[in-house]
Design a protein around this ligand. Structure first.
Ligand code: PRP
Ligand code: URA
Length: 213
């Protein structure tokens, strides 16, 4: 099914799939769940940044002068969606310790599943930045689409979206609303249930990360 979504990349690395299997298990402890979200995020960060442009610089090794390559001046900026996206930040920061971090606060209204926005803060000069939105779950897509809309309304031009589990409904909704936004996920799951949870999924990511249920 993933092939029918031009906006989707499903990362199939065996280590990612192994860690995701443990993450999904309802018997996995809160501590292990947190650690796995962190490890999965770092592995995904490695893949998501594969296409970053490089620029040559001149350096001197202990032996001679040479041309080496560094990531060119794009201002990569992480934007976790509160709350569950917070669990993904450290994994990305371990790879890119100097990047800036914005925050978007959204929760799904219980009955309607519509996203309610309660916080928005991003670094200055959004038009010159490459934003990477982090949220482990893409379910109906309401929260993800709203997060991207808020970024664009505030001047963002380039946005990527990284989640750990995606539902087809959410990927489709993002494609319809923001066809320019590429989504990376570790799994495209089967479907949503009648109350908007992903099947097979992993349950409520925020509650499992923070122990709120
Ligand atoms: C979860 C998740 C996403 C959203 C996905 O957050 O972290 O933000 O649901 O669902 P959607 O695609 O249908 O919008 P939740 O609303 O539970 O907020 P929380 O992390 O603060 O608990
Ligand atoms: N949010 C979650 O945390 N899990 C789901 O399955 C759907 C939305």
């Amino acid at each position: 099914m993933a092939e029918s979504f031009p906006n989707l990349t499903v990362l199939q690395h065996p280590l990612l799939q192994h860690k995701l299997a443990v993450l999904r298990d309802k018997h996995t402890s809160k501590k292990t769940f947190r650690e796995l979200v962190d490890e999965i995020s770092m592995l995904m960060g490695y893949e998501v940044t594969k296409g970053l442009p490089l620029e040559p610089i001149q350096i001197e090794t202990p032996l001679e002068r040479t041309t080496a390559y560094i990531v060119s001046g794009k201002k990569l900026t992480l934007v976790p969606v509160l709350r569950a996206g917070l669990g993904m930040v450290e994994g990305f920061l371990r790879l890119m310790p100097s990047v800036r971090v914005g925050h978007i606060g959204l929760y799904r209204e219980h009955d309607t599943l519509r996203p309610v926005s309660y916080y928005f803060k991003i670094p200055p000069e959004p038009a010159s930045r490459d934003f990477v939105v982090l949220d482990p779950m893409l379910a109906t897509g309401g929260s993800a689409v709203r997060a991207v809309s808020l970024l664009k309304e505030n001047g963002a031009a380039r946005v990527r979206f990284v989640c750990i589990v995606a539902a087809p409904e959410g990927v489709r909704r993002m494609l319809d609303a923001h066809p320019d936004v590429q989504i990376w996920t570790a799994s495209l799951d089967r479907q949503l249930n009648e109350v908007g949870y992903i099947l097979p999924g992993l349950g409520d990511a925020g509650d499992r990360l923070f122990g709120t249920r």
